[in-house]
Design a protein. Structure first.
Length: 708
C-alpha cells in the first residue's frame, strides 16, 4: 500500500534534508545545497540548502545544464567536481568566479542510481581548506551520494518524487544550547563596556544581539531584536557593505569596510562570520583620519571591490554581444584596460605550429610583427600558457627574466599578466596584458584577471566561429550569383548586390540574365525566405531550375509553375518570391510572370517611370497547383526596366506601395551616362539603417536604340 502522496513527499524531502545537514556537519563545510533536474533535464533547480541567506541563494536557485558552474558540470560529467580555491574557479568556471568573487573551496557531486541521474549537490568550505579533499571527506561525500540517490529512486518508484520548485527549503544551522542566564547577563555587561559596538546577526541579517554602544552608533534606541539590520539602519543599504556581508558569509573570512551615518559620522565595521551568522564590531572612525586612509577592501587594480565587481558585470554583458574578433579586442581595450591600468594587450592563438597575434591594442606594429609567427617551441611565457593553461604574472622585468633568462625586453613595459583563454578545458589562446609601471599582483587580482580571461575566451571562441561562418556563407552566396551576365546585342545590363549588415546572416536574394537567342533573354530576380545557409543553397537550386526551363523555351508562367513544383517536392518549408521577365528586342515587348515579388518598374523614353502591375501568383513553394499568369508590356528603344528585391524599398513603418512609388519617382528623375551609374543612384535611395535586416539585389535592363 502506498501512503498519502503529501505525507510521502514530505517524508522523502525530510530525508534529503537530514542527509544534507549531516554531510555538512561531517565534512566541516559551511554551505550545502541539493539540486534536482527539471524541465526535461535542461535545468537544475535548488531543492534545499543550508548555510546561505535567501538573498545570496536566489540567483543560484536555477542553473541551466549548459552553464559554466561546478554543479552543472558534475551532472554533465557524472563525477565529483572539486575546486580547491578561487583561482582554479576563475580558470575553470569564470562566470561563477565573477558572480561569487570571494575565496572559498567547493565540491559538487552528481546524484545518480545506475544510469539515472537525478541532479547534484554541492558543498562550500572556507578558503583555508586543504588543496585536496581528505579521505574522510571523500568517504562522507560518496556515502551521502548513495543515500540521496537511493531516497530519490525510492520516491520515484513510489510515484511521489520530490520536485524542486526553485524556491528551496532553507535549513537552519544547528543552534547552540542556551547559556546560563547569569552568564548571558555577565557577557552582555562585558560587551557594553567596550568602546566598540557589538551586533550579532543571523544568516538572514536579523539582529539577535546588540550592545548599548552599538545601538547608539546605529542610531536606533528602540527594540531592535529580530529586526533586519537594514531596517534599523537604512543607511547601511550600501553596495559596499552588502558586498562585505556576502563575502563574509560565502568565504567565512573576516571582512572590513567603512560607512557614513546620515549625520556624516564615519564608522568602521569588522565582520566576523561563522555558519550561524555574522558578528559586527563597530568602531567610530578617527575624525582626523583622511577618508582615503580608512580601512577598506581593495579589489583588482586598486579599486574598491564593488567597483571592480560591477565593472565586470558590464564587461561580461558587453562580451556576449561581440560578433567578431575585432569587437572583442575593442571591448577589452575600452572596458578592461582602463579598469586595471593596462597599457597594452595582445591576443595570441596557436596556428600551424606557430603563435599568431589575432588582435592587439597599445602595441606598435614593430612589436606585433616581432612576436607574430614565433614557433610554439620558443620558450616564452605566452607559449607556456598556451601549452599548460596556467596563468603567469610578473610584477617586474626582474621576475620575468628570472623565469626566462634568455628573454629580451622589447616592449619597454614594466609588468605582465599572461592569461589562458580556455573554453571547455581547451586552451584557445593567450591574452597578454602589459603594465607601464611595476605592478605587484594580489591574489584577488590574479583570480579576477583569470576569470575575466575565461569570459574573453568564450567571446573569442564565438567570434572566431562567427568570422569563419561569415566568410564561408558569403563565399557561398557570391559563388551562387552569376559572375558575369551574357552580352546581348541591343541590351545594356547592370546588376548590383548589397548584403545585409553583418550579424544578420546570409540571405537568399538572387538575380540572373539568361540568353535565349540573339534578340531575346530572360531576366529573373527573386528572394528565398530566411537568412541562413539553407536559404542560400535553395537559392542556387531555384536559379538552376529557372535557367533550365527558360532555356528549354517555356513561357515565364510555365517556368514558374515548374519551379514551384520543384520546391514543393523538396519540402524545404521555405518560400521564394520571384519575378521572371521575357525580353524580346525584335518585337520590343516584355512578358512577365510574378510569384509574390515586388513589381517591375518601366521607364519609357522621355516619360515618367511606371509600375508594371498585374495579376500575381502565389509565392513559390506554397501550393503545388498554383497558377502564374503572364502580362505583356512594351519595351521600346531607350526604355529602362528595373527589377529589385524588397530590401531596396522596405523600411519599418513605411507603406510598401508608397515606397515602391517613391522608387519609381527616383527612376524618373535620375540622370545618368551609363546604366551602372543609374544603379548607384537607386541604391543611394535605399533605406539606410545601422543594422539593415535584408539584402538588396537590383537588375537594370536598357533597350539600346542603336545596337552594335
Amino acid at each position: 500500500m502506498h501512503g498519502h502522496p503529501d505525507s510521502d513527499t514530505q517524508r522523502y524531502a525530510a530525508g534529503l534534508d537530514e542527509v544534507l545537514a549531516q554531510a555538512v556537519r561531517d565534512t566541516g563545510a559551511h554551505v550545502g545545497a541539493i539540486y534536482l533536474l527539471a524541465e526535461a533535464g535542461q535545468v537544475l533547480l535548488m531543492d534545499t540548502e543550508v548555510g546561505l541567506p535567501a538573498q545570496i541563494v536566489k540567483p543560484w536557485t536555477r542553473v541551466r545544464m549548459d552553464a559554466s558552474t561546478p554543479v552543472a558540470a558534475a551532472v554533465r560529467q557524472r563525477h565529483v567536481i572539486w575546486v580547491p580555491n578561487h583561482h582554479e574557479l576563475a580558470c575553470r568556471f569564470p562566470g561563477t568566479a565573477l558572480a561569487l568573487p570571494y575565496p572559498f573551496a567547493t565540491a559538487a557531486a552528481p546524484l545518480r542510481t545506475g544510469s539515472r541521474v537525478w541532479g547534484a549537490w554541492i558543498l562550500f568550505w572556507p578558503a583555508s581548506h586543504a588543496y585536496e579533499l581528505s579521505p574522510h571527506e571523500v568517504e562522507v561525500i560518496n556515502l551521502a551520494c548513495d543515500k540521496l540517490g537511493a531516497l530519490l529512486k525510492e520516491a520515484a518508484d513510489r510515484g511521489h518524487p520530490p520536485a524542486a520548485t526553485g524556491e528551496p527549503r532553507v535549513l537552519l544551522p544547528e543552534q547552540p544550547e542556551a547559556p546560563d542566564p547569569q552568564y548571558a547577563l555577565a557577557a552582555s555587561g562585558c560587551l557594553d563596556r567596550f568602546r566598540e559596538g557589538c551586533v550579532a546577526l543571523n544568516l538572514e541579517g536579523r539582529i539577535t544581539f546588540v550592545s548599548a554602544t552599538a545601538a547608539d552608533l546605529l542610531g536606533d534606541g528602540g527594540d531592535v531584536l529580530g529586526k533586519p539590520l537594514w531596517e534599523v539602519a537604512e543607511w547601511l543599504k550600501d553596495p559596499a557593505f552588502e558586498d562585505r556581508c556576502r563575502a563574509a558569509v560565502v568565504s567565512q573570512q573576516t571582512t572590513f569596510c567603512t560607512a557614513r551615518r546620515p549625520d556624516g559620522r564615519k564608522l568602521e565595521f569588522a565582520l566576523y562570520p561563522d555558519p550561524s551568522g555574522i558578528s559586527l564590531l563597530i568602531t567610530p572612525a578617527v575624525v582626523e583620519q583622511p577618508l582615503q586612509e580608512l580601512p577598506h577592501e581593495p579589489g583588482a587594480g586598486g579599486q574598491p571591490r564593488t567597483d571592480v565587481f560591477y565593472n565586470f558585470l558590464h564587461i561580461a554583458a558587453a562580451l556576449t554581444r561581440a560578433l567578431n574578433v575585432r569587437e572583442v579586442v575593442n571591448l577589452v581595450a575600452d572596458h578592461v584596460m582602463p579598469v586595471f591600468k593596462v597599457q597594452a594587450m595582445a591576443i595570441l592563438i596557436a596556428e600551424g605550429g606557430k603563435m599568431r597575434i589575432i588582435g592587439s591594442h597599445g602595441y606598435g606594429p614593430e612589436i606585433v610583427d616581432l612576436f607574430d609567427g614565433l614557433p610554439l617551441t620558443s620558450p616564452t611565457p605566452a607559449e607556456h600558457v598556451l601549452r599548460t593553461g596556467d596563468p603567469a604574472f610578473f610584477a617586474n622585468w626582474s621576475e620575468l627574466r628570472q623565469m626566462y633568462p634568455n628573454a629580451v625586453h622589447y616592449d619597454q613595459m614594466a609588468a605582465w599578466a599572461f592569461l589562458p583563454l580556455a573554453v571547455s578545458d581547451d586552451i584557445v589562446g593567450t591574452c597578454v596584458l602589459a603594465f607601464g609601471e611595476p605592478h605587484p599582483f594580489t591574489d584577488e587580482e590574479c583570480a579576477s584577471l583569470t576569470a575575466l580571461a575565461g569570459l574573453m575566451a568564450q567571446a573569442l571562441d564565438r567570434a572566431m566561429l562567427y568570422d569563419t561562418k561569415d566568410r564561408l556563407a558569403h563565399c557561398l552566396q557570391t559563388a551562387l550569383l552569376p559572375r558575369s551576365l551574357p552580352e546581348i546585342p541591343g541590351l545594356d545590363v547592370a546588376a548590383r548586390y548589397v548584403p545585409a549588415t553583418r550579424g544578420v546572416g546570409i540571405g537568399g536574394d538572387f538575380y540572373d540574365l539568361i540568353r535565349l537567342n540573339d534578340t531575346s533573354a530572360a531576366a529573373v530576380i527573386g528572394d528565398v525566405q530566411g537568412h541562413n545557409m539553407t536559404a542560400a543553397a535553395l537559392m542556387g537550386q531555384v536559379r538552376t531550375a529557372i535557367h533550365a526551363h527558360a532555356v528549354a523555351g517555356a513561357s515565364p508562367g510555365d517556368v514558374l509553375r515548374h519551379t514551384n513544383r520543384l520546391l514543393i517536392d523538396l519540402d524545404t518549408d521555405l518560400f521564394t518570391s520571384c519575378l521572371l521577365v521575357h525580353v524580346d528586342l525584335q518585337l520590343r515587348t516584355l512578358c512577365l510572370a510574378n510569384a509574390g515579388h515586388p513589381p517591375a518598374l518601366l521607364r519609357p523614353p522621355n516619360m515618367p517611370a511606371e509600375i508594371i502591375d498585374g495579376p500575381y501568383g502565389l509565392l513559390l513553394g506554397v501550393d503545388a497547383d498554383a497558377d502564374y499568369p503572364t502580362i505583356e508590356a512594351p519595351f521600346p528603344p531607350e526604355a529602362v526596366v528595373a527589377l529589385y528585391t524588397d530590401g531596396l524599398v522596405e523600411a519599418p513603418g513605411v507603406d510598401l506601395d508608397l515606397a515602391i512609388g517613391n522608387l519609381a519617382g527616383y527612376l524618373t528623375e535620375a540622370t545618368y551616362e551609363h546604366l551602372h551609374q543609374l544603379s548607384g543612384t537607386l541604391l543611394d535611395h535605399a533605406p539606410h539603417t545601422k543594422h539593415r535586416a535584408d539584402d538588396i539585389a537590383l537588375l537594370l535592363l536598357e533597350h539600346r536604340a542603336n545596337p552594335g
